[in-house]
Design a binder for this molecule. Sequence first.
Ligand SMILES: Cc1cc2nc3c(=O)[nH]c(=O)nc-3n(C[C@H](O)[C@H](O)[C@H](O)COP(=O)(O)O)c2cc1C
Length: 189
Amino acid sequence: MRVLGVLGSPRVGGNSDVLLEQALSGAREMGAKGEKIILSRKKISGCLDCTKCNETGVCVIKDDMPAIHRKILEADAIIHSVPLYFWAMTAQMKAYLDRWCAFFDGSWNWHATYAPMMKGKKIGLITVCGDPNVHTADPIVHSFRATCKFSGLKLLTVVRASAYGKGEIDKNEKAKKEAHALGRKAATP
Ligand SMILES: Cc1cc2nc3c(=O)[nH]c(=O)nc-3n(C[C@H](O)[C@H](O)[C@H](O)COP(=O)(O)O)c2cc1C
């Protein structure tokens, strides 16, 4: 089993990162290979809607995303961890998600070559917001939930947490436990 962790916060060692590490440790505990990608350390441009990938399944933009596409294809589960920025996901996470476009054909079906690897793939989501009401981050949940429903991905239990200062989440045992359980679930066949 391969579990890919995708960090959407530019604050490495911050709250989303702490919870993502918890999830990856849960996955590794189950015997999975866990790898983390820090999006803010990658060069990922926004989708150009050039539609070239509709035919080829390959993105024309020469940046770090094609290598991440390959990691996504190889992973059994992908766990995303992202803070709320202005009632939405961070720019890093949005650019990454939009580039999933390359997996689809012109009718928004998986490209035939990718379908066997993508259908039913497990998707994890962890959100962190400064607001004490964790549901303030629900616009992010909506985006992932709708994407998964639309494309036949399996969204696992969403972990929602609240914290503001860097690493403050470390005191939140409940959120850490939930993230750990999410990682274990992601690594369960
Ligand atoms: C640019 C920016 C915008 C933010 N917008 C919101 C927001 O709309 N609602 C909210 O509850 N918290 C907001 N926050 C607070 C973060 O979600 C919060 O500090 C979170 O813990 C950061 O997670 P991290 O440590 O993983 O980066 C914002 C923070 C920044 C830097």
